[in-house]
Design a protein around this ligand. Structure first.
Ligand SMILES: [Zn+2]
Length: 206
């Protein structure tokens, strides 16, 4: 067998360019070949090629109920968008992101650049919807919006800057979830509308 393999972590040295040519999911630095991802390094000794195959959830999309961690990369009209880097504690290397619905949240539970832990609440045609609706979910790491210094949690729903003293709203991990009352009212309205629609439809065909 001319192909050996071994498990590797991102940044791990897998070989040197004097011995091998780097291929898929590797990078070269100072004559050394390193892995870009968590995966398996494949050594093709006959052709002197090193490649790394990702063992991340490459083609796997998280399911409802999975816990993800990621970075808030945008805050759009429909809600914060999270670039996902791990699913159920396992690093993912593929391009995955999910959104939190604005209607599910109040105030500013997250800010751009925050590291967050969320649950996947819906997967609609591979569009992931996320929520921070329990005490274990929320912001894992954040900085002051004004000066960029570290903050200390100020339960139940705020953080305070250690440098400039600015107090800002956040849903930190450990904080009880806070929801918009409007969300519940809308949900009830929706259910009520559905009920009436079904009732009216049934009456029409009687
Ligand atoms: Zn500050």
């Amino acid at each position: 067998m001319s192909v050996d393999s071994k498990p590797v972590v991102p940044g791990e040295k897998v070989g040197v360019i004097e011995e091998f040519s780097p291929s898929g999911l590797t990078y070269e630095k100072d004559g050394e070949i390193r892995s870009l991802v968590l995966g398996e390094a494949m050594y093709d000794k006959a052709n002197r090629i090193i490649s790394v195959k990702s063992v991340g959830l490459k083609s796997k999309i998280p399911k409802v109920g999975d816990i993800i961690e990621g970075v808030v990369e945008a805050i759009t009209y429909s809600g914060p968008v999270v670039r996902i880097y791990s699913v159920n504690g396992r690093e993912v290397s593929n391009d995955l992101s999910g959104s939190m619905r604005t209607r599910d949240i109040i105030g500013n539970p997250v800010r751009l650049g925050d590291v967050v832990r969320c649950v996947v609440t819906e997967n609609i045609n591979n569009t992931l919807w996320l929520a921070m609706n329990s005490q274990e979910l929320g912001v894992l790491h954040t900085l002051c919006t004004i000066c960029g210094a570290n903050v200390t949690p100020l339960p139940p729903d705020k953080v305070k800057c250690t440098k400039c003293g600015f107090v800002d709203s956040r849903k930190m991990v450990g904080f009880k979830p806070f929801f918009s009352k409007k969300h519940f009212i809308n949900k009830l309205d929706h259910e009520e509308r559905n009920r009436r629609f079904k009732f009216n439809s049934a009456r029409k065909y009687r």
